[in-house]
Design a protein around this ligand. Structure first.
Ligand code: ZN
Length: 166
């Protein structure tokens, strides 16, 4: 494992990792800091050390640290990803590695979460409408002791509550 970290640190810079995993680097060599909610690129890259550092929040690190942050994985998983994606060929760690989850860049994850949220919202609206349509078929008399009415009412209340909290 030490050999893996060492190989990655020697051969992959934080800037390489930024570019590989979707963190856009400006032509001034700066990027939006993933460690704080950065609106102006505060993260700079040091060519000599291969590390990065944020001038706003002070966070930073090497390729492994940055990759771990960008992909939301542990440092070991980050090092394994870099080993694989940069073809470093450090095999002793590769042989022992468990399956590596496919990482997402922050931008890709944000888009996926937005899509999922929209889908969930549509699902709740549909559920509310379906339940309301069932409830509308009942009168105060027929609704009494009706399991179907009770079930629809529960579905309606649940969807209504979830939409309120959305
Ligand atoms: Zn920062």
């Amino acid at each position: 494992m030490g050999a893996l970290f060492q190989a990655v640190r020697e051969r992959v810079t934080a800037r390489d990792a930024a570019e590989a995993y979707g963190l856009e680097v400006t032509r001034f060599g700066k990027a939006l800091c993933p460690w704080h909610s950065d609106r102006h690129p505060s993260l700079s890259f040091d060519k000599r050390t291969g590390r990065c550092k944020c001038f706003a929040c002070g966070a930073g690190g090497d390729a492994v640290d940055l990759t771990a942050k960008l992909l939301g994985v542990s440092p070991l998983e980050a090092a394994q990803r870099l080993n694989e994606d940069f073809g470093l060929g450090v095999t002793d760690a590769a042989n022992r590695r468990p399956s590596i989850p496919i990482g997402e860049s922050p931008a890709v994850r944000r888009r996926r979460e937005e899509r999922e949220r929209l889908r969930e919202y549509c699902r709740l609206c549909d559920a509310l409408q379906d339940a309301a349509a069932v409830l509308a078929r009942f009168t105060p008399e027929t609704s009494e002791n009706s399991p179907e009415f009770d079930a629809a009412l529960r579905r309606w209340c649940l969807a209504d509550l979830q939409l309120d909290n959305f």
